[in-house]
Design a protein around this ligand. Sequence first.
Ligand SMILES: Cc1cc2nc3c(=O)[nH]c(=O)nc-3n(C[C@H](O)[C@H](O)[C@H](O)COP(=O)(O)OP(=O)(O)OC[C@H]3O[C@@H](n4cnc5c(N)ncnc54)[C@H](O)[C@@H]3O)c2cc1C
Length: 387
Amino acid sequence: MTSEPSLKFPPASLPESTDKLRSEVRKFLLKSQTELGWTPRSNFMSTFSAEFSKSIGEMGWLGLTWPKKYGGQEKSALERFVVTEELLAAGAPVAAHWVAERQSGPLLIKYGTEEQREQILPKIAKGECYFSIGMSEPDSGSDLASIRTRAKKSPNNWTINGTKVWTSNAHINHWMILLARTEQPSENRHAGMSQFLIDLKNDDIIINPIPNMLGHHEFNEVVFNETAIPLDRIIGKEGNGWQQVTAELAYERSGPERFLSTYNVLLELINSAKNKNDGEIDRTIGKLTAQLVSLRTMSISIAGMLERGENPDVAAAVVKDTGNEFERQVIELTRKALPLEPTLNGNNIEKYESMMAELIMQLPSFSFRGGTPEIMRGIIARGLGVR
Ligand SMILES: Cc1cc2nc3c(=O)[nH]c(=O)nc-3n(C[C@H](O)[C@H](O)[C@H](O)COP(=O)(O)OP(=O)(O)OC[C@H]3O[C@@H](n4cnc5c(N)ncnc54)[C@H](O)[C@@H]3O)c2cc1C
């Protein structure tokens, strides 16, 4: 069935006032690197540092767009874009607060109860409270509507049964937002789902590690076996889970983290070209930089849409898909231009060879997390009215 095309990138630019903010963030990050001793990392989900997240919270740069009464600063989405972009470009250790600030907090602002907001949002804004995403299941990733985890309501609580998988950092975060069925599946596959707050430290759940290709523990399997949670842990309206989760995914897919995961490698390539006078390398840099500038322009346009309260889900799918392809090209073209053997080398990640080796092992996951290319292209096709 075709529908009205809804793919658009309305022009938006960063106001001049953001220049001051940008230089403040840069200055802070340089100082923080020396004081906290972190090493720039390419993939934004690579390094979890509660110390760093708290220091960003102290600067007032988490929950920047949120109401002041919840610990926010009531600034614009364009200002948030600048902070986000600088954190990623510096390769700062942002994994602790990232999901909570990007999507869980905004979800609670939109759908949570006043008690939930008051309890949780100020802690996220302080960089002290971290969230996991409880969507994927062993047989339900792309086809999220097929989830089987069930939450059953009784007079005193919700009882949950099922298994979530690929749950990033569930072993160290505080909360998970769980998507579960609250009604039997029906003809309308998107009906009968709801979202819940799961206390990862105190609820009766089992968290099993799933090592990634690097052997690192980031993913988990989270098992619910007759897990009882209080009635007031439901987020939003019972049965409205699909609509809510779709709004959450638009936040997840639209930011500059979808094209800056290999930025450190691009910088290496640019630095290496300085005294070489090599036309091939210069052309590669030109090609990649032009793509980066286009992606950035599209991402700023999405920040503008978020600022106006518009739904950017189709545009976000374009940025996510083309952004992941750009990240892949950065690795491929840089490998050709700087053909040094990638070598996993413990923590010596600043060295080009180890940075490259780590990214090669992580690259396949970049297009999977947040939705695969095929799924993004399906959303784009629908947005263009051809599906
Ligand atoms: C680094 C990383 C972190 C993640 N963190 C989380 C997390 O914290 N919480 C969470 O809930 N999930 C998380 N995920 C899971 C992620 O969202 C899923 O991997 C993703 O949605 C794909 O689901 P799947 O792995 O089940 O693959 P599948 O859905 O089985 O897909 C396998 C392949 O089939 C293709 N395919 C599937 N359906 C279609 C279709 N209809 N048409 C065409 N092709 C199709 C896909 O594109 C893909 O290539 C994470 C994944 C990664 C890689």
